[in-house]
Design a binder for this molecule. Structure first.
Ligand code: GDP
Length: 522
């Protein structure tokens, strides 16, 4: 095929590790933007309803940064933005179902943090290959060996460094490239994008000594001996299986190490891969089109109040004006204006290939997880609902608007804004989320779009998991015992609600024949 191979990835990190900075610098080094400072500022917005309204206004901007596309080293790069701050929500998780690899950014001062842990877990579950970037080496941080130990221990991910820092903080002198045996020199005052590189094969050479102090060289020699003894060399197959992560070091703020990072992504990261469906495995080189919806954005343009569904192309070629099938409803689907995402703009596209993300105008047809095909029935796996961590009881405050209230809950749950559960016996509505802003957004949209109103009450549940059992007797016993802790999700699947992890574990021990799953797919 004549199109460039795709490199479709997302960045996973904890807030403040440097995701926005790195995104911007990747675009800069990728030639997609001419100057830094263009990627939307994410600071200031800290998760209140007014921020959400502000977000709505800025949607025109944020949508264009949802997927950033540019060409680099013979590949078309699609960098998918993952909501990272207070707007953290299931969207972040779902975005990871649409990529072929991930870039994990870790703050070298803070090490492995909570959000990284969660996102890495999703990648591990899906065996997504991960390249790691240890950022902020210009600050006094933890010992790099210690951070890598944390990654291996806490994220259960083997690592292999491709570069190694020389000094840190004030004394940060650069990184040693372990594959090419050269040294990239750090200069905090440099204004060029290109750092100076010197040969590092002989660490006693006059050139090396001219740039790096004796004690740092001694330490580097010790480190290199240790690295070569401790870490395996990079095996591409293991990286692609998601069991080993190549690691690079740098300082995104100072443009340092970013080109090397982009080169490593272009060299190692997989192009569009196969996708599992209930029916069969879809290969990217199949001639017929298939793709799935992983995210829906509502009300992008306040004048039109439309929705945009984001589709990941898995096989075939998407063409505008061609007639496709929406297998869930059996309807046909055609669009004259699919959107492709290039950095800083949305552009209309004529054709899109496996690995690409396109935006489809939606008048209410799509739900998260829906497929588009050329007629075949496909149910994509791995676009699950994730076990929510926050719950509220939602009450309809205006009985005259119960129709609007119910419609809002159905549609917001289809869009993936929240998960809706109905308790089995008392028929109460509970909503579940992974980020607290999801509740604010629900309330805001319920009022502004549906004319309904709601209030929330706290509930005593913190964990939901999907339960099933092939053993009817065991199931009946379990059900009888916990009838007031069972609810149905929007697809009428049984969910067990637990107060905390301890009670959940006790329940699991007491009922070994019941299967407990933490995603709706488990
Ligand atoms: P995000 O929350 O992960 O998107 O992180 P940002 O990119 O917004 O960065 C958080 C803060 O860390 C900002 O103040 C950045 O300027 C700063 N920062 C990012 N990269 C570096 C770096 O390499 N060195 C230092 N010292 N600060 C950095």
């Amino acid at each position: 095929m004549s199109h460039l191979p795709r490199l479709t990835f997302a960045i996973i990190s904890h807030p403040d590790a440097g995701k926005t900075t790195i995104t911007e610098k990747l675009l800069l080094f990728g030639g997609a933007i001419q100057a830094a400072g263009l990627v939307k500022a994410k600071h200031g917005g800290r998760g209140t309803v007014s921020d959400f309204m502000q977000m709505e206004k800025e949607r025109g901007v944020s949508i264009s940064t949802s997927v950033m596309g540019f060409d680099f080293a013979g590949r078309k790069v699609n960098l998918l933005d993952t909501p990272g701050h207070a707007d953290f929500s299931e969207d972040t998780y779902r975005t990871l179902t649409a990529v072929d690899s991930a870039l994990m950014v870790i703050d070298s001062v803070k090490g492995v943090e909570e959000r990284t842990r969660k996102l890495c877990e999703i990648c591990r579950m899906r065996r997504t290959p991960i390249i790691t970037f240890l950022n902020k080496l210009d600050r006094e941080g933890k010992d790099p060996f210690e951070v890598l130990d944390e990654v291996e221990r806490e994220l259960n991910l083997q690592v292999t460094p491709l570069s190694w820092p020389i000094g840190q903080g004030q004394a940060f002198k650069g990184v040693y490239n372990l594959l090419e045996d050269n040294i990239l020199l750090f200069d905090a005052h440099a204004t060029d994008l290109e750092a100076k590189m010197i040969d590092g094969k002989d660490l006693d050479s006059a050139e090396v000594k001219g740039h790096i102090a004796e004690h740092l060289l001694t330490k580097l020699k010790e480190d290199l001996a240790m690295i070569r003894g401790v870490y395996p060399t990079l095996n591409q197959a293991d990286y692609l299986k998601g069991t080993i992560s190549p690691v690079l070091f740098g300082s995104a703020l100072n443009n340092f190490g970013v080109r090397e990072l982009l080169n490593a992504l272009a060299k190692y990261a997989p192009s569009a891969g196969a996708f599992a469906t209930e029916q069969r495995l879809i290969q990217p080189d199949e001639p017929t089109l298939s793709g799935f919806i992983f995210k829906i954005h509502a009300n992008l343009d306040p004048k039109h109040r439309d929705r945009i569904a984001f589709m990941r192309i898995c096989s075939g070629v998407f063409e505008k004006n061609k007639l496709y099938t929406h297998p869930r409803t059996g309807k046909t689907y055609r669009t004259a204006t699919p959107l492709a995402f290039m950095a800083q703009s949305r552009e209309a596209t004529d054709k899109a290939y496996p690995g690409d993300i396109i935006g489809l105008h939606d008048t209410g047809l799509f739900r998260i997880g829906d497929a588009i095909t050329e007629g075949e029935r496909l149910d994509f796996k791995g676009i699950p609902a994730f076990s929510p961590q926050l719950f509220r009881r939602i009450l309809n405050k205006d009985p005259l608007k119960s129709k609007q209230f119910n419609r809002a809950l159905t549609e917001l749950s289809e869009e993936g804004v929240i998960q809706v559960f109905t308790t089995y016996y008392s028929k109460e509505r509970l909503i579940g989320a992974v980020g607290v802003l999801q509740f604010d957004v629900t309330q805001f949209r319920l009022t502004s779009e549906y004319g309904a109103s709601c209030s929330f009450e706290g509930v005593d549940f913190n964990i939901a998991c999907w339960v099933s059992s092939p053993n009817k007797e065991a199931w009946d016993r379990f059900f009888g015992f916990y009838e007031n802790k069972i609810a149905l999700d929007s697809k009428e699947r049984f969910v067990f609600l637990a107060t905390n992890r301890w009670t959940l574990e006790r329940t699991m021990e007491d009922h070994p024949q019941i299967h407990f799953a933490f995603t709706s797919e488990g």
